[in-house]
Design a protein around this ligand. Sequence first.
Ligand SMILES: CC(C)(COP(=O)(O)OP(=O)(O)OC[C@H]1O[C@@H](n2cnc3c(N)ncnc32)[C@H](O)[C@@H]1OP(=O)(O)O)[C@@H](O)C(=O)NCCC(=O)NCCS
Length: 327
Amino acid sequence: MQGKKSFSRVLGTGGYLPGKPVTNQDLVNRLRELDVETSDEWIRERSGITSRYFCGKMSTRDMGCIAAKQAIEAASIDVTSIDLIIVATTTPDLVFPSVACHIERDLGLERCTSFDIQAVCSGFVYALTIADLFLKTGTKNNALVIGAERLSTILNWRDRSTCVLFGDGAGAVILGKNSVPGIIASDISSSGKFCDILRATGTPKNGVLEGTGYAEMQGQEVFRKAVESLSESGMKLLNACDLDVESIDWFIPHQANIRIINKVAEKLNVPDSKVVKCVHKHANTSAASIPLALNEGITSGQIHFGDRLLLQGVGGGLTWGSILMDL
Ligand SMILES: CC(C)(COP(=O)(O)OP(=O)(O)OC[C@H]1O[C@@H](n2cnc3c(N)ncnc32)[C@H](O)[C@@H]1OP(=O)(O)O)[C@@H](O)C(=O)NCCC(=O)NCCS
């Protein structure tokens, strides 16, 4: 007997930014105390960033849980119907157990399939793709997919070429099994050849951190590879689905740098009016950036039910990916 085909659909979103915004000028003042020179003008011109949020004592799990609760409420589902939790993060609180298992406990759940995935700034695109596969195969019914980061804990405040570009936060979606897509298709890729252009070395060994524990980046190389991989991935996915770029209502790229966002949009021929941009507000929050942007687009009333979205992420690895979906 042939079963009914399953798809997955976003049922609700949530987002959380900790504390108060730290403006470029706030950061300039703090860095001056360390003899690190930067300026509001340099940060804005090179990245489009005007502020970011830092989590202080909050954990990745705390922020992820707040975003998750919002998504559950927006989806109007009973929390006990969640049977899969995937957290995309590069800054977990512990070596183990996973952030996902902690969030399972914090939500009062007892029997899920919960795990973290690590694909840096592409983490959310990877996690959503994995959740979609679980739902499509009928193995799971309601997935909680979270991107959560406390990048401030791995920034070297003496390296001005990285520390001004990142921030903390969390975003979440509930993805539910559905008889119509939802997620139309996705493309996730990596090229380990570029492992060294964006990385944070550091692993606990015999109780001591081996490596620097700080994010390091070859900025210009990352910029070039990001633009190249995202424009290729977007075209590939649209062609595979036999869809024109005109059918996209909203382009929701990883919020790393306004110049990367604008260049990719230009290469994909997406008009500026269809691009969701919030990097200015919270800087690069890695795996949290896409669900934060999606949540912002929905809660601000820009994005509506039924809209067609192109989501894109790129990050260390190098990893990158695109998802086409109908909301
Ligand atoms: C990081 C990035 C903004 C730097 O911009 P850039 O135009 O490439 O700048 P450069 O690295 O060539 O540096 C130019 C100058 O600015 C200086 N500079 C670097 N950081 C600075 C800062 N925060 N404030 C002031 N000056 C700074 C450099 O020291 C250099 O000075 P010099 O010319 O005297 O040597 C840019 O490469 C970039 O956006 N890369 C991608 C970053 C990204 O999004 N990564 C995450 C992807 S997931």
